[in-house]
Write a new protein. Sequence first.
Length: 104
Amino acid sequence: RGVTVEKGGGPIIGAAGLLLGLGRLRGMQGACLLGETHGMVVDHRAAQAVLEVLLGVLGIKADMSALERRAKETERTLDRIRKEIELRTHKERRRDEEEAWYIG
């Protein structure tokens, strides 16, 4: 399923880490399911992957069509941004190449 179980792996930060840490201080056992993300963008695809694993383990089904729609919207937005960056980078390179250079 593409699931990796890491014991003693890297740090868990944010609310996920806080809840695990507070639970441990109170003698509670806990687990954290994390999806691999870029970190700077809400990643619906990662959330969907984590939910699919959790639902499979629990043996239940859920409608994730809304999550799928949001994932596609985010992917389209990121593609537009990526293309705009590539276009601007290309234009800047061409401008730099066209400028006359003089060393004397």
